[in-house]
Design a protein around this ligand. Structure first.
Ligand code: GTP
Ligand code: MG
Length: 197
């Protein structure tokens, strides 16, 4: 549920990047961090292992300006994709206002994508979040790799409810802001509709 502070006229939304290990979630946030002007972002916090795998989460606070007189802030989180960090994933997903699923387009990661989607649905449910109504976008990342599966095949397998599908090459920034904008748009539309998260 978005946090609305009427006294300070601020709205804070939590957006979570979810998906299989090494799919590119952290890379999305790093690119956004690099390309965002200093006055619009806070510190990026990353809790990672020495090999850069996300250990608990990454957090990037963004300030996207004013909407109807309210300062609108977004807190971007990534979950750790490695299977055994499920308790952390569930905790990070708690209270999410929007979710981006970052799929790894490589054929060898097909099963990992499917398993991660299933895990997302389970953890949403366990957090009392309704998948049918939560703002949601699907990013097909690693489109630069020769082993990437065709977009229509991946879309058929991973698209669950007619959500926007965005192609990306996260380290090059391709599709990164398009994905964020799409998710922000979905999230604000939900907020305007006044629906409970
Ligand atoms: N070629 C290619 N490599 C990518 C792409 N996106 C990410 N990578 C690389 O894949 C590796 C893993 O990326 P991360 O962003 O750390 O993946 P993650 O989803 O955060 O992984 P976990 O934290 O373990 O869940 C890094 O070496 C990235 O540089 C992409 O679009 N193309
Ligand atoms: Mg990560």
């Amino acid at each position: 549920m978005p946090f609305i502070n009427y006294a300070h006229r601020e709205i804070t939304c939590k957006l979570v990047y979810y998906g299989p290990g090494l799919g590119g979630k952290t890379t999305n946030l790093q690119y956004i961090f690099e390309k965002t002007s200093p006055n619009a972002k806070g510190k990026m916090v990353s809790l990672a292992t020495e090999s850069e795998r996300t250990l608990f989460f990454d957090l990037l606070p963004l300030n996207l300006g004013t909407i109807r007189g309210f300062q609108t802030r977004f807190q971007l989180y990534t979950v750790p994709g490695q299977i055994f960090y499920d308790a952390s994933r569930k905790l990070i997903l708690k209270g999410a206002d929007g979710v981006c699923f970052v799929a790894d387009s490589q054929e060898a990661r097909y099963d990992a994508n499917i398993e991660s989607v299933r895990n997302l649905l389970q953890n949403l449910k366990e957090n009392g979040l309704d998948f049918t109504s939560i703002p949601y976008v699907l990013q097909l990342n690693k489109r630069d790799l020769p082993t990437a599966m065709p977009v229509d095949e991946l879309t058929r397998a991973l698209r669950l409810k007619g959500e926007p599908v965005l192609e990306a090459v996260a380290p090059q920034g391709i599709g990164v802001f398009e994905t964020l904008k799409s998710l922000v748009r979905e999230t604000l539309a939900r907020l305007r509709a006044g629906a409970p998260a």
